[in-house]
Ligand binder design. Sequence first.
Ligand code: NAD
Length: 509
Amino acid sequence: MNLQTKIASAASEAAEVLERLGVRQELWSAGSRAVRSPVTGETIAQVQDTSAERVQAAIEAAHAAFLTWRNVPAPRRGELVRLLGEELRGAKADLGRLVTLEAGKITSEAEGEVQEMIDICDYAVGLSRQLFGLTIATERADHRMMETWHPLGVVGVITAFNFPVAVWSWNSALAFVCGDSVIWKPSEKTPLTALAVQALFEKACARCPDAPEGLSAVVIGGREVGETLVDHPKVPLVSATGSTAMGRAVGPRLASRFARALLELGGNNAAILAPTADLDLALRGVAFAAMGTAGQRCTTLRRLFVHESLYDAFLPRLKSAYASVPVGDPRAAGTLVGPLIDHGAFEAMQRALADARAAGGQVTGGEPVEVAGGQAAYVRPALVEMPGQTDVVRRETFAPILYVMTYKDLAEAIALNNDVPQGLSSSIFTNDMREAELFTSARGSDCGIANVNIGPSGAEIGGAFGGEKETGGGREAGSDSWKAYMRRATNTVNYGRTLPLAQGVKFDI
Ligand code: NAD
């Protein structure tokens, strides 16, 4: 089903929302970089790239802010993040709408992204009283050994278009309570949501006497602006989210100056449909994970391995879900699949489908959907029955393509799950406890996320988020991810009157 609604202008609505969110008009009306809405294809704003001098100045200001902020006790730093959470709660509908207008997400997913920001703020407020180190048994009498965690410095945050606001908050809510300052380089495709978040952050700072000037800044532009953060000696950590190609460029540059890299890169996520699976539950899990966000999540389900005994029963049901999923204006009630980010994404999808056909794939869907007079890139999600895991299946195409294959036994399915360069997310649908445990064991999925009876997409902030291999190895959000934003010192204190040396070394002078 296609929702052939008459598309309302995105430009005037974006202007109204930006105004309500408190973004100064000169920031989005006077620059040379056009911001396009994927919803209508219209230009909705003009922003100005940040000049090299201003990027340098922002880093210097953030460094100066860090020198003050690190002295504020962590629970008081948490108060700023609590206030930010309050601002986000008040602005949830407007910021969500801006995410829809700028990134094309359907309303519930756009507001869900803002909810994720609120959740990580709540999490970080609690964390601000829990930044603890260990006390460790020492081999020397009258000594105490412990570790302490200290603020790190300026954190560079580079983000992708598809989670235009949540990824900043996963990094920044933790960075702020850890005593760091933040410079954010959003995707050049989604600068407006970044400007809006910065305006909300400034409102929170105005209510927080402890917050120094320059604690957070947004710098706008393409890769060159990102490279300035990557190369700057006063930026000890860069958290970069985006394609594996970006990580391949950024990782070695950071390593060359011994800076820390937190890389969150491409995924190629799989699900295994095992013989005991609850097929109704699996159908919904697969449909959301593969078609939700128009296939533009790093955790989108891209490969489905169906046990050969289920294939004939399951595939017709999945195909009918693909044929009927409502594609259209993401603002309209009932739409489940909004637009691709741009025509370039549509063309990359068509190239992948051509490669899949050439490799023997049977394609259902994938055709353009006429929604906004051809100005925007709407597409019916594609289901591709593949004879095997060929090259096109092994690479990430950032569009709604689900490759479906069969398997005979679980060892083969796990091997196929792991036989790709990426290692972000994975799942198994099964009611067999042995299969579920094997999949999540050391011999199971090699991904950073391995789920049972849930699709691979849609993580909660309480867990550590990230993946292995070409996904980059970084972890963000919950668990002990905060440690990436601090430096660790091991302290040994001698409270005796003698000086015993470690390992029994004698050095008597
Ligand atoms: P992209 O790699 O094109 O851009 C991401 C960001 O990196 C942008 O801000 C861009 O300007 C910047 N950038 C690009 N090259 C750079 C360089 N050499 N130096 C510094 N900065 C540079 O990615 P995209 O198209 O915006 O997003 C889609 C990709 O992001 C997909 O591959 C998706 O899987 C991935 N992603 C991963 C995660 C994760 O958590 N693992 C989350 C979201 C998106």
